[in-house]
Design a protein around this ligand. Structure first.
Ligand code: TYD
Length: 133
């Protein structure tokens, strides 16, 4: 699985919209957790870690931000600024979320419950792990 932006179906009427992520065609993993991030301090970054096995779909539910995905060799940049698109993040990518617009809310669908042992929090350890993979 490569990192990729996927379109999320959106049902719109004159009262607003409903975005849907549903079924196995929409996501290449089963969702075991949903979490959301908000009230990000101006200039702050989040993330700065990798996951050994976790798969995620990251959505800008409101506002905008940039996600840098680093596989240990190169960095790819994804701008998220609409809830109609999600970023699929496979395991093994060092991710940094940055450049948050005010009042941004990030939604994350994840393949597993929170597990600290799945995190790699040192960049040096990540590069070593990625090389040995
Ligand atoms: P972390 O994933 O490092 O946040 P970010 O990448 O957004 O900077 O998590 C920050 C803290 O929150 C960490 O101590 C663990 C806790 N946490 C949970 O308890 N459950 C969760 O589902 C998540 C994502 C984090």
């Amino acid at each position: 699985m490569q990192p990729q932006l996927i379109s999320l179906p959106v049902l719109r009427d004159r009262y607003g919209f409903i975005g849907v992520v549903e079924g196995q065609e929409a996501l290449p993993f089963e969702v075991r957790r949903f979490y959301f991030i908000g009230d990000v301090a101006p200039g702050a970054t989040r993330g700065s870690h990798a996951h050994r096995t976790l798969r995620q779909l990251i959505i800008a539910l409101s506002g905008s931000f940039v996600v840098d995905l680093d596989d240990g060799n190169s960095v790819e940049e994804f701008a998220l600024d609409t809830p109609h698109v999600g970023l699929l993040v496979p395991p093994g990518y060092w991710r940094t979320l940055r450049d948050f617009a005010p009042n941004t809310v990030v939604g994350v669908l994840a393949s597993h419950e929170y597990d600290e042992s799945d995190y790699i929090r040192s960049y040096r350890d990540f590069v070593e792990w990625a090389r040995a993979r």
